[in-house]
Write a protein that binds this ligand. Structure first.
Ligand code: ARG
Length: 267
């Protein structure tokens, strides 16, 4: 009788062991899947020069497009770009609609709860842009003003956290027009994009825009994928590290006349 009990117990344990094995998460084939289909599909909002910009001929160019071209070259796959508004980029990649979110995305702790980020490849600041002669000289002057910004960005998070009255726009260009047309007192936008868009505007208009010296925050940019795609992000991290180490990324910033701040300098 004892023997039978022991045998039954042993059987039960084996069954429990198999059941436990069955609960293991599916194997991560995120890298293999990209290699097998021969392409890496990225989602981007190409209204963010010098990182990604939609040109008149329909092409999309910029620092991040070039970095991704290098990554694809090393993976031996082709780069496919899908275009969307910024506030669809992270939800899209989380839902697995494409492989990688590429959009000058700040890797915040909150976003890291819902998406898997690469290591940062650069640092940027959020800047305040005003019309020349404005009485807004810094953050402290924004308390009773209205600002414009892009929907879903860290600029929006920051302004809401600081109770700045704000108008949010799907397209960055519309946030800029809100300032130039006098609807708002300041435009809150990442500094390198501010430099590009302000220079383009000032080249064609008599009323000039100015970027204030006082930055709001410093933020690390990275690329993101769906949670669980560790194999894919691991490989991209390895490639990014080599592109940072051999100066490729620094050179790409220079190609677009943008200041490069190495994330390693912030540690
Ligand atoms: N760095 C900011 C963020 O992550 C703004 C990014 C906007 N990117 C764009 N492609 N429009 O929220």
């Amino acid at each position: 009788m004892k023997k039978l009990l022991a045998l039954t117990l042993a059987c039960l344990m084996v069954v429990a062991l198999f059941a436990a094995c069955g609960e293991k998460p599916a194997a991560d084939n995120s890298l293999q899947a990209v290699l097998d289909k021969g392409e890496l599909v990225i989602g981007t909002s190409p209204d963010f020069p010098p990182f990604e910009n939609l040109n008149d001929d329909g092409s999309i160019t910029g620092i991040e497009v070039d970095i991704l071209a290098k990554i694809c070259e090393k993976l031996g796959v082709t780069l496919k770009i899908e275009q969307m508004d910024f506030d669809s980029v992270l939800p899209g990649v989380q839902a697995g609609k494409f492989d990688l979110a590429v959009s000058g995305i700040t890797a915040t702790e909150e976003r890291k709860q819902n998406a898997l980020f690469t290591n940062p490849y650069c640092l940027a600041n959020i800047a305040i842009v005003v019309k020349e002669g404005s009485d807004v000289k810094g953050k402290a002057d924004l308390a009773d003003k209205t600002v414009s910004l892009q929907t879903g960005t860290t600029a929006e998070l920051y302004c809401n956290a600081n109770n700045f009255k704000n108008n949010a726009f799907q397209a960055n260009a519309d946030a800029q027009i809100a300032l130039t047309s006098g609807k708002v007192d300041a435009w809150i936008i990442d500094d390198l994009t501010a430099k590009d868009m302000v220079a383009a505007y000032n080249a064609e208009h008599d009323d000039k825009l100015v970027i204030l010296d006082e930055a709001m925050t410093t933020e690390p940019y990275g690329f993101a994928t769906k949670l669980g795609n560790d194999a894919l992000i691991g490989e991209i991290n390895t490639i990014l590290a080599s592109l940072l180490a051999d100066g490729t990324i620094k050179d790409l910033f220079a190609k677009y006349e943008a200041d490069f701040v190495d994330p390693a300098t912030a540690a």
